[in-house]
Design a protein around this ligand. Structure first.
Ligand code: BGC
Length: 264
């Protein structure tokens, strides 16, 4: 299996895309650290499926190490604790998947400082300092590593009423490009996976609104929303040694949404 012997930390893996990624990386042989903020029961469900996927090859997972770690990615001290606890429990981390994220809808003129901070603290600052703590660990142990950020089509595409979200995802795009250059000489790769509309809890409101949902699906050339597995398949590839020469790129998983412009 491609990820045997590797330890992967997936932030925000108690639900949605993060949960699918944790399970998929376990299926490929990785030991997985599951992070959650406020859904311990979701993290337990991920753990159950990770263990089911991994069987005996998961040394750390079968040795009574608690693989779930509570931490709020919006606070730098918690981010740093998450990385150091992961290393303490598993001995190393080889793959960091920065997945945790949130969005808040509001007209631009109504956005509060509190909501702006909530979004950018997790989606941008949290990613920055998780990558930093991970890189320090790799430097100290003199090992290569892989960083995969779960970004969004909205690192490119405007999303009216979600400006703070676009600010964060656009920031993660430039962070990734910068770090590809700076970390390349250390043997550390970094790429973004940019999902479009995927069936996950972040889309709850949209999924419950038939009219909005139909309008969105009409904009997707492949004619459907994505599944979390559509994203996790790509993450598994980028986390493997098959992707050793790939760094500094964004990969869209959006059914063609991003470039869909047509005149009727
Ligand atoms: C957002 C969703 C949105 C999708 C497509 C994602 O990044 O989280 O709310 O539906 O992009 O626009």
């Amino acid at each position: 299996m491609k990820l045997n012997g590797k330890v992967a930390l997936v932030t925000g893996s108690s639900q949605g895309i993060g949960q699918a990624i944790a399970i998929r990386l376990a299926q490929d042989g990785a030991s997985v650290v599951i992070n959650y903020r406020s859904h311990p029961e979701g993290a337990q469900e991920t753990l159950r499926q990770v263990q089911a996927a991994g069987g005996k090859c998961h040394m750390a997972q079968s040795n009574n190490v608690d693989a779930t770690i509570q931490a709020d990615l919006g606070q730098v001290s918690e981010v740093q604790r998450l990385i150091s606890e992961s290393i303490d429990r598993f001995g190393q981390v080889d793959i960091l998947v920065n997945n945790a994220g949130l969005e808040k809808r509001a007209d631009f003129w109504d956005v509060s400082e509190e909501d702006y901070d909530k979004v950018t603290d997790v989606n941008l600052k949290g990613v920055f300092f998780a990558a930093q703590a991970f890189v320090k660990h790799l430097k100290q142990t003199n090992r290569p590593g892989k960083i995969i950020n779960i970004s969004s089509v909205h690192e490119e595409l405007p999303f009216p009423h979600f400006t703070s979200y676009c600010v964060s995802k656009g920031g993660v795009k430039m962070m990734m490009r910068n770090l590809a250059v700076e970390l390349g000489p250390l043997g550390i790769t970094i790429n973004n996976v940019a999902p479009g509309a995927i069936v996950t809890p972040i889309n709850k409101n949209l999924l419950e609104d038939k009219e909005k949902l139909n309008a969105l699906v009409k904009n997707i050339p492949l004619g459907r929303l994505g599944k979390p597995e559509d994203v996790s398949n790509l993450v598994a590839f980028l986390a493997s040694s098959d992707a050793d020469y790939i760094t500094g790129s964004t990969f869209f998983v959006d059914g063609g949404l991003l470039w869909n412009y047509q005149e009727q």
